[in-house]
Design a protein around this ligand. Structure first.
Ligand SMILES: *[C@@H]1O[C@H](CO)[C@@H](O)[C@H](O)[C@H]1NC(C)=O
Ligand SMILES: *[C@@H]1O[C@H](CO)[C@@H](O)[C@H](O)[C@H]1NC(C)=O
Ligand SMILES: *[C@@H]1O[C@H](CO)[C@@H](O)[C@H](O)[C@H]1NC(C)=O
Length: 721
C-alpha cells in the first residue's frame, strides 16, 4: 500500500516536472547575474556604465531584461522579445540610457547612462528573466562631490585681431549666488578675469587682458561664464583655465587656443619684408657688376637708385604697420633708421658724382648730420615723452621746468646748429653740436638726479679738450685762416658749456639744498673761459706773425692732434656707456647701448670732408653692404620676430628689434669712417712727400676745394724748413 502511494506520487511529480516552472529549486540553474561590488561615483553631467551580466550567454528566446529604479516606478530601459523596447522607458531616461545591442547576446546587459543629473542618484535594479529563471542585481549611483564645469569640446583656431568665445559653464543645478568665485586664467598663471560676489573685477586682470576680456553679463545667471576675448594677439595662444569655487566644491575646465593665424596687417608686414628681401638680394648682384664696370647709363642709374631706396621704403612701411604690436620706441627707432639710411647710402654711393651737381654738394655735406639728427630727434622725443613728461607732471611740478627747457632747447639748437654749420663747412662746430646732442640724450635716458652734475662736468671737460685739439690742428698745424667767424663760432660751445654749468649749479643747488655736490661747476666754467681766451689769443698772435713752421713739425703736431681727438672721442663714448650701465637694468642696457654706439660713431663721420680717392672695391662693397646687407638684416629680423612670435606664443623673443639692427648700422658707418680716414691719410702722405720733392706745386689740389675748410683732411702748402 505504502509502496503504491510512493509510486503514484513520484509519477505525479515526474509529470509535473516536465513543466519547468515548478522545478526551479530542483535543477541546477545556469542563470547567474553579476553587478558591481560597490556604489558608482559619477560626476554631474558625466556618463556611467551600469554593469549587469550573466555568467553564460543566454538564449534570446524568452529573455527579458529590465533596468529600473528600486525607489520609484521609473523604467530605465527594457529588452524583451529580442529587441530593445525604448518606448517603455520613463520620460526622464529617454535617449540617455542605452544597452549595447551586440553585447546582449553575450549575456552582457550593461547600460550606459549619460548626462547624469542630480536626480539620477539612487539604486538601480537589473532584472533578468529567462524562460525558466529570474535573477536580479542592484547598482547604486552616487554623485561625486565635484562641481561640473563644462568647456569647449574642441581647440580653437583663430587669427590675430579676431574675437573668440572661450566657453565655460557651470552645472545649471547650482544657483549662481552660491558660487563664491569664478576665475579665468591663462596658463600658467596670468589672471584674465574674476567674478566674485556677483561682480566682475577687472582690476584683477593682467594689463594685457584689461579691456579685452569680458563675461556675457546676461548669461551669468544661467551659469554661463563664457569669456569673450577681443582683439586676439599672438601671445594668447595656449590654455585658458576656468576655475569655479563654491563654499565646498570646486571644478575647472580648460579651453585651448591651438593656433592663431596671421592677421591681414601681419600678412602685409610679411609681404613687405619679403619684397624688401627680394629686392635687396635680387638687385645686389647686378648692381655690383654695374658698379664694377663703372656703368652710368640710364638703366644702371635706375637700378642703383632703386636698390638704395625701395627696400628701405618697404621696411619703413612695414615698421609703421608693426606699430600695433611692437614697443613704441622700437617701432619709431627702426622706421627712422630705415628711412634715414637712404641719406647715408647716397653719401657712400660710388656713383655719387654722376648725379646733378647741385645735389651732390648737398648730399656730401648734409647727409651725415641730417641722418644723425633724424635718429637722435626721434629717440629724444620718444624718451622725453616717456620718461620726463609723465613723471614730471605728477611728482615735481616746479623746479624741473628749468632743466626740461634747457634739455629741449639744447637738443633743438644743437640739432639745427649741426646741420647749419655742416652746410657752411664748419665741421668742428657741427661735430661738437652732435656731441652735445648726445649729452642731452644721455641725460634724458638716465634721468637720475644725483649723477647729473657729474655728467655735465665730465662731458663738458671732454668737449673742451676736443675743441682745443681740433682748433689747434686746424689753425696752428694746417695754418687755416683764423678769422672772426671762427672765433665767434668756437666761442659758442664754450659759452654754452658755461651757461649749462651755471644753470645746473642753480637748479641743483636750490633743489637739493646741498651745494657740496655742485660747487665745482662755477669754477670749471670760469676755467674754460680763461683757457679758451688764452688759446684764442695765442692762435691769433701766431697767425699774425705769419711765421711759417717747417712741414715736419707741423706734420707731427697734426698727427698728435688727430690721435688726441680719437682718444677723446673714445673716452667720451666710454663715459656714456659707463653711465648707461650704472643706471639701466641689464635688460634695457643692450637696447640703449646699441643706440648710443650708433650715435657716437656718427659725429666723427661729420668731421671729415667727403673723401676723394677711395679704392674702388672697398667702396663698392661698403655701399652694397649698406644697401643690400642692411635691408636683408632688417627685413629678416622683423619677419623672424613675427613668425617666432606666432610659433611660440611668447610675447616677444627679442627684447627690442633695434638690438640687432643698430649694430649693423654702426658697422656700416664705421666702415665709411675707415674709408674717410684712409683717404685723409693718403692725401696727407702725398702732400708731405710733394712738399719735400716738388716744393711749390703741392697745393694744386687745395684749389679745388679752396673755400671748404678742412679739418682732418689735408695739410696746405708748407715752406721748407
Ligand atoms: C559589457 O559591455 C560593455 C560595453 O562594450 C563593456 O564595457 C563591459 O566591460 C562589458 N561587460 C562584461 C562583463 O563583459
Ligand atoms: C546679481 O546681479 C544681477 C544683475 O547684475 C542681479 O539681477 C541679481 O539680483 C544679483 N544677485 C545677487 C544675489 O546679488
Ligand atoms: C554661453 O554664452 C555664449 C554667448 O552668448 C554662447 O555662445 C554659449 O553657447 C553659451 N554656452 C552655453 C553652454 O549655453
Amino acid at each position: 500500500m505504502f509502496l503504491l502511494f510512493w509510486f503514484l506520487c513520484s509519477l505525479v511529480l515526474t509529470s509535473a516536472c516536465s513543466d519547468h516552472t515548478l522545478c526551479v529549486n530542483h535543477k541546477p540553474s545556469s542563470l547567474h547575474v553579476e553587478g558591481p561590488s560597490g556604489p558608482l561615483v559619477v560626476p554631474l553631467g558625466g556618463a556611467v556604465l551600469l554593469p549587469c551580466s550573466a555568467q553564460d550567454p543566454l538564449p534570446l528566446e524568452g529573455l527579458r531584461v529590465e533596468w529600473s529604479r528600486t525607489d520609484s516606478e521609473s523604467v530605465v530601459n527594457v529588452f524583451q522579445q529580442k529587441e530593445i523596447r525604448a518606448e517603455l522607458q520613463s520620460q526622464s531616461f529617454r535617449g540617455r540610457a542605452d544597452f549595447f545591442p551586440e553585447e546582449i547576446s553575450r549575456g552582457n546587459f550593461s547600460i550606459l547612462l549619460s548626462d547624469v543629473t542630480p536626480e539620477d542618484a539612487g539604486v538601480y535594479r537589473c532584472g533578468v528573466s529567462s524562460s525558466q529563471d529570474y535573477r536580479e542585481t542592484t547598482v547604486e549611483i552616487k554623485l561625486s562631490e565635484r562641481l561640473v564645469v563644462r568647456g569647449a569640446l574642441h581647440p580653437i583656431f583663430t587669427s590675430v585681431g579676431e574675437e573668440v568665445i572661450l566657453s565655460c559653464s557651470v552645472d545649471s543645478q547650482i544657483p549662481v549666488h552660491q558660487l563664491e568665485e569664478v576665475t579665468w586664467k591663462k596658463y600658467p598663471d596670468i589672471p584674465v578675469l574674476l567674478f566674485q560676489e556677483n561682480q566682475t573685477f577687472s582690476e584683477f586682470s593682467h594689463e594685457s587682458y584689461r579691456e579685452r576680456a569680458e563675461f556675457f553679463t546676461t548669461e551669468i545667471p544661467r551659469g554661463n561664464f563664457s569669456l569673450r576675448l577681443k582683439d586676439v594677439r599672438m601671445e594668447d595662444k595656449g590654455q585658458f583655465i576656468c576655475e569655479v569655487h563654491t563654499a565646498d566644491l570646486s571644478g575647472q575646465t580648460t579651453v585651448i587656443i591651438q593656433q592663431i593665424g596671421f592677421s591681414s596687417v601681419q600678412i602685409c608686414i610679411l609681404l613687405l619684408c619679403f619684397t624688401s628681401l627680394t629686392l635687396a638680394v635680387g638687385l645686389g648682384a647686378p648692381v655690383f657688376i654695374f658698379l664694377h664696370k663703372r656703368e652710368t647709363d640710364r638703366r644702371a642709374m635706375i637700378m642703383y637708385i632703386f636698390l638704395a631706396f625701395s627696400p628701405n621704403i618697404c621696411m619703413f612701411i612695414a615698421f609703421g604697420l608693426w606699430s600695433t604690436e611692437g614697443f613704441l620706441s622700437e617701432v619709431i627707432i627702426c622706421s627712422a633708421v630705415s628711412l634715414a639710411r637712404c641719406l647715408m647710402l647716397m653719401k657712400t654711393a660710388p656713383y655719387l658724382n654722376t648725379l646733378p651737381e647741385r645735389w651732390v654738394r648737398e648730399v656730401k655735406t648734409l647727409s651725415a648730420p641730417l641722418y644723425y639728427t633724424i635718429i637722435a630727434t626721434v629717440v629724444f622725443s620718444v624718451e622725453f615723452a616717456n620718461r620726463t613728461g609723465i613723471q614730471y607732471y605728477f611728482y615735481n611740478r616746479d623746479l624741473r621746468l628749468a632743466e626740461r627747457s634747457i634739455l629741449v632747447m639744447a637738443a633743438a639748437v644743437y640739432g639745427i646748429g649741426s646741420i647749419i654749420s655742416a652746410r657752411f663747412s664748419l665741421r668742428i662746430c657741427s661735430f661738437l653740436c652732435l656731441e652735445v646732442y648726445n649729452c642731452a640724450l644721455l641725460i634724458v635716458f638716465i634721468h637720475d638726479e644725483s649723477d647729473t652734475p657729474d655728467i655735465y662736468n665730465m662731458i663738458s671737460g671732454v668737449f673742451m679738450v676736443m675743441l682745443l685739439l681740433l682748433s689747434l690742428q686746424r689753425h696752428c698745424f694746417q695754418q687755416k685762416p683764423f678769422k672772426c667767424l671762427h672765433i665767434g663760432v668756437s666761442f659758442f660751445p664754450v659759452a654754452a658749456a658755461c651757461l649749462l654749468h651755471a644753470s645746473v649749479f642753480a637748479c641743483f643747488g636750490i633743489r637739493m639744498k646741498n651745494f657740496a655736490h655742485v660747487w665745482t661747476l662755477p669754477f670749471t666754467a670760469v676755467m674754460y673761459v680763461t683757457v679758451w681766451i688764452a688759446v684764442v689769443f695765442v692762435m691769433r698772435r701766431q697767425h699774425e706773425n705769419k711765421k711759417p713752421r717747417c712741414s715736419k713739425w707741423r706734420g707731427t703736431g697734426y698727427v698728435c692732434c688727430a690721435v688726441g681727438v680719437s682718444i677723446t672721442v673714445t673716452i667720451n663714448g666710454i663715459i656714456y656707456l659707463h653711465f648707461l650701465r650704472k643706471h639701466m637694468t641689464a635688460k634695457d642696457y643692450s637696447g640703449y647701448s646699441a643706440l648710443m654706439v650708433l650715435l657716437h660713431v656718427l659725429p666723427p663721420a661729420v668731421l671729415f670732408d667727403h673723401p676723394r680717392n677711395i679704392p674702388k672695391l672697398p667702396h663698392i662693397i661698403l655701399h652694397l653692404f649698406g644697401s643690400s646687407g642692411l635691408s636683408v638684416v632688417t627685413s629678416l629680423t622683423l619677419a623672424l620676430e613675427l613668425i617666432l612670435k606666432s610659433g611660440t606664443g611668447e610675447p616677444r623673443t627679442l627684447p627690442e628689434m633695434h638690438i640687432i639692427i643698430l649694430p649693423f648700422e654702426s658697422l656700416f658707418i664705421s666702415g665709411w669712417i675707415a674709408l674717410q680716414i684712409y683717404d685723409t691719410w693718403m692725401r696727407m702722405r702725398r702732400r708731405i712727400k710733394s712738399n719735400f720733392e716738388a716744393g711749390g706745386e703741392a697745393d694744386l689740389q687745395v684749389g679745388e676745394d679752396g673755400e671748404e675748410m678742412e679739418v682732418l683732411s689735408s695739410l696746405s702748402k708748407s715752406p721748407e724748413c
